[in-house]
Design a protein around this ligand. Structure first.
Ligand code: CUA
Length: 367
């Protein structure tokens, strides 16, 4: 004979509902107190002493989300656990018992739609406010400079500085307490300029200039990383940011101009060692040129460099010049941009005079 299964009737929210609600509310308050007044430097390095004014704005958004989403997580998970225990199957229930059957609860549905919607609208308003300050700035910038992404380094251009600063060989410098504007772009693929401790990040997009505005507040040395996968050496695209007193910063700018004036001349190629050049080639050139060197047409990123001085099919260098040691050194010094692509200059590749002499000795030995 058929028997319909016994259905448990709705008899309220259970004996522990209100005590559990109070405990969950207290946990939410403790969570909020921790994120608003506790020391969260272990999750957010520098949170207690912001490195830049906008860093504390970003941390403010993080705290708002940690407090509100923390409370949501505590209540949702807490009630799931409470109801699972309070309305578990009892030994006295018949084996085919099914739970309370509830369909629709307009009042409940209204609130769980309206409250999250209000929360998201508030978060949007707070975020747009912070974004606006970062993108357009709150004060006229005293220093406007350019950050240009390349595969695989950042180039920094300062007003009044005749040469660029490259992340591979030198840190970026900024003066403390001065409103700065960074104009960010890229020459090849999409990069992402990111300084975790100032909480600011901007994509470097070819053909698009975006800006980051902030005032550094604390001196020190901080990491710069590229945060957009941009090719084989993306993980090596890192650098340092030095925030220093204005006087030190100005002294650094002066010294950069003096170095630029002193360098850039002809390099003494005598005494270059092909053996040392071979090691250097493996370290600095092999990311873009086949190692061991191959004929010209076997390209990696740049052409193969075997027979660079005695290839009948390519009697001249990519610059159109004869393959003399001096002309090879010129490419290593200045870099080259052509239909094949771009080779960065010596500053970007971190090549000393001696390195160039050794590399030239090695390349001219490849016959
Ligand atoms: Cu540039 Cu990743």
């Amino acid at each position: 004979m058929f028997q319909s299964p016994s259905v448990v009737r709705f008899k309220g929210l259970g004996p522990g509902f209100w005590p559990v609600t109070i405990v969950l509310a207290l946990l939410s308050i403790a969570n909020a107190w921790y994120f608003l007044y506790g020391n969260i430097d272990w999750i957010m390095p520098g949170a207690s002493q912001p490195v830049a004014d906008r860093a504390s704005d970003i941390d403010g958004l993080f705290k708002f989300m940690a407090v509100s989403s923390g409370a949501i997580m505590i209540f949702v998970a807490g009630y799931v656990i409470y109801f699972a225990i309070a309305f578990r199957a009892r030994p006295t229930d018949s084996p085919d018992t099914i739970g309370v059957q509830i369909h629709d609860s307009p009042k409940l549905e209204l609130w769980w739609t309206v409250l999250p919607a209000l929360l998201l609208i508030l978060l949007t308003a707070l975020s747009i406010n912070v974004w606006y300050k970062i993108y357009f700035g709150t004060k006229a910038p005293a220093l406007t400079m350019e950050v240009i992404g390349h595969q695989f380094y950042f180039e920094f251009r300062y007003p009044g500085l005749k040469t660029s600063v490259f992340s591979k060989t030198e840190p970026m410098h900024l003066p403390v307490g001065v409103p700065v504007r960074l104009l960010i772009t890229s020459t090849d693929v999409i990069h992402q300029f990111w300084v975790p401790e100032i909480r600011l990040k901007s994509a470097g997009v070819p053909g698009l200039v975006q800006s980051l505005n902030f005032t550094p507040l604390r001196t020190g040395t901080y990491d710069i990383a590229c945060a957009e996968f941009c090719g084989a050496d993306h993980s090596l695209m890192r650098g340092k940011l030095v925030i220093e007193p204005v006087a030190t910063f100005n002294k650094w700018l002066d010294s950069e101009n003096k170095t630029a004036a002193a360098g850039g001349g002809a390099i003494n190629l005598a005494g270059g060692s092909a053996g040392t050049g071979k090691t250097l080639f493996a370290q600095k050139c092999a990311a873009c040129h086949n190692n061991p060197p191959t004929p010209f047409d076997q390209k990696l990123v740049g052409p193969g460099l075997l027979h660079i001085t005695d290839d009948p099919a390519h009697p001249t260098l990519v610059t159109g010049k004869t393959p003399t040691p001096e002309h090879i050194a010129e490419i290593l010094q200045n870099g080259f941009t052509g239909p094949i692509g771009t080779m960065p200059n010596r500053q970007a590749n971190g090549l000393s005079d001696k390195d160039i002499a050794n590399a030239v000795a090695y390349l001219t030995s490849l016959k």
